[in-house]
Design a protein around this ligand. Structure first.
Ligand SMILES: *Cc1c(COP(=O)(O)O)cnc(C)c1O
Length: 462
């Protein structure tokens, strides 16, 4: 197949992709292999099967198939809300007085309110296919838990969600939506697991962390017949599913004769950015003209900009495989701020590898109050109330557009608007009341997290 046009072959008449694009197949230097936490050997599908659905474990380790067909049932679910809109931000351009053309791909157009549903429905499908009856997961800001609840309702699977305590308290209605779709929701750390009890004994006042919540969900999955664990970011399989964002965006831009000079995405675990940039990264990896890629993260949880590139556990309880990634240490507990879904200690191994090689061009960290200022400008100009996570990308898109105003360059800027902010109104209120502040960890704070990165005999981590 002609490499240049391969992705189009998989785009259907209705402009929804027929296959996921696996960027790893085109990476000369692959992301480092996941290691078994006990043996420190590369994990196999058999190692992963007790925790993950078998097909998803296969996808996790697949570095060779460039395209993986989207199952028909998943495709028909996508038809309910895809293709998602690609919008030219005319009013934002006008507000900024920039010669840049700004586009955003809006993923907040479904009840879960974010791009997470793209992977949730695929994961639910593979679980159902395997004959499983229950899934467990964690959720930070709540979008993933909601997406998974919708997927499990669709496929008639039971779901237990461990929700990071700070979000559980800040966003009570997230819980209501999950329950509406039939999920059981626990505040994490909880007393329903051994690891949760340990965490509570260590620090009864803890605000929780994704790392803890993952450990709880894995413990329950492993201990329950017919159950597996699912994760909404970081993993290779999730980036794979999220490639639908980029595939649609690239095709839509092509249709109007545009190609981005800059692609910007917020980065929590890296799935939306990985998905948005994948088909453009395909151009870069093939040596064709390609955009400048920027990952945006919160200054409060700066894994790419201040973290270490090392093997680390994906969870606080050290039960998941070790991944080589930019990490703040699995013991890092971020300040309880509103970066919500961006509060994870690590970063996708694929993005980490691309960033380490300078193929993902830049990572930038931004502060909470400037992010909310950008969110409010955007909502007033464009009529869409963005999720705080998405607003990180808005902030940098605005900065780039203002640079164009100075230089007169008519750049094409594409960013990912990953979700809507209807469940984040408490945070908006805090900002409007002048009650929001910036949390930036000191070097000493970060050292505490780094101290929890394991030193592995015989493994070149740094
Ligand atoms: C989860 C989430 C993110 C961050 O996750 P990634 O895996 O980095 O994409 C960003 N925006 C929204 C709306 C989210 O729900």
């Amino acid at each position: 197949m002609n490499k240049e046009t391969a992705y189009k072959t998989y785009l259907s008449e209705d402009e929804i992709p027929r296959a996921y694009y696996n960027v790893r197949a085109d990476m000369e230097q692959k992301d480092a292999m996941l290691l078994h936490p006990g043996t420190l050997q590369p994990v196999t599908v058999a190692d992963m099967e007790p925790i993950f659905c078998t097909e998803l474990a296969k996808q996790e380790l697949n570095t060779t198939d460039r395209y993986i067909p989207i199952p028909a049932e998943v495709l028909s679910f996508y038809r309910m809300y895809r293709p998602s809109p690609l919008v030219r931000a005319h009013f934002l351009e006008k507000l900024l007085g920039t010669p840049a053309r700004i586009y955003y791909k809006y993923e907040g157009n479904n009840t879960s309110g974010s791009h997470k549903l793209n992977s949730a429905i695929a994961q639910g499908y593979y679980a159902k296919e395997q004959g499983l009856s229950m899934l467990t997961t964690e959720t930070g800001a709540g979008q993933w838990g909601t997406a998974m609840a919708m997927a499990c309702a669709y496929f008639d699977l039971k779901l237990k969600v461990y929700m990071v305590k700070v979000s559980y308290e800040q966003k009570p209605y997230r819980k209501t939506v999950m329950q509406t779709y039939g999920a059981e929701v626990f505040s994490s750390p909880s007393t329903t697991t051994e690891i949760g009890k340990q965490m509570l004994a260590q620090d009864p006042q803890t605000s929780g962390s994704l790392g803890n919540a993952i450990s709880e969900a894995v413990e329950v999955a492993v201990g329950t017949e017919g159950a597996r664990y699912v994760l909404g970011s970081v993993l290779n399989q999730v980036l794979l599913h999220q490639s639908v964002i980029g595939l649609e965006a690239k095709a839509a831009m092509e249709k109007i004769g545009e190609y981005p000079d800059v692609v910007i995405g917020c980065a929590g675990g890296g799935s939306n950015l990985g998905g948005l940039m994948a088909p453009f990264m395909e151009d870069k990896l093939a040596g064709r003209p390609s955009p400048y890629f920027i990952a945006v993260e919160p200054a409060s949880c700066p894994s790419l900009t201040r973290g270490r590139y090392a093997y680390d556990f994906c969870d606080a309880g050290q039960v998941t495989p070790l991944a080589k990634m930019y990490t703040l240490g699995h013991g890092f507990v971020p300040a309880p701020n509103h970066a919500g879904g961006l509060r994870y200690h690590g970063m996708s191994p694929i993005l980490s590898q691309l960033y380490n090689q300078g193929i993902l061009d830049e990572a930038r960290s931004v502060e909470q109050t400037e992010v909310f200022a950008a969110a409010i400008d955007f909502s007033r100009a464009e009529g869409t109330l963005p999720a705080p996570e998405s607003a990180h990308a808005i902030k940098v898109a605005v900065d780039e557009a203002l640079k164009c105003k100075e230089t007169g360059e008519e750049k094409v800027i594409l960013f990912g608007l990953t979700g809507n902010g209807y469940f984040d109104l408490m945070a908006y209120q805090q900002y409007l009341d002048g009650q929001m502040s910036d949390f930036i960890p000191t070097d000493d704070d970060l050292e505490c997290g780094f101290a929890t990165i394991p030193s592995l005999p015989g493994i070149q981590s740094f």
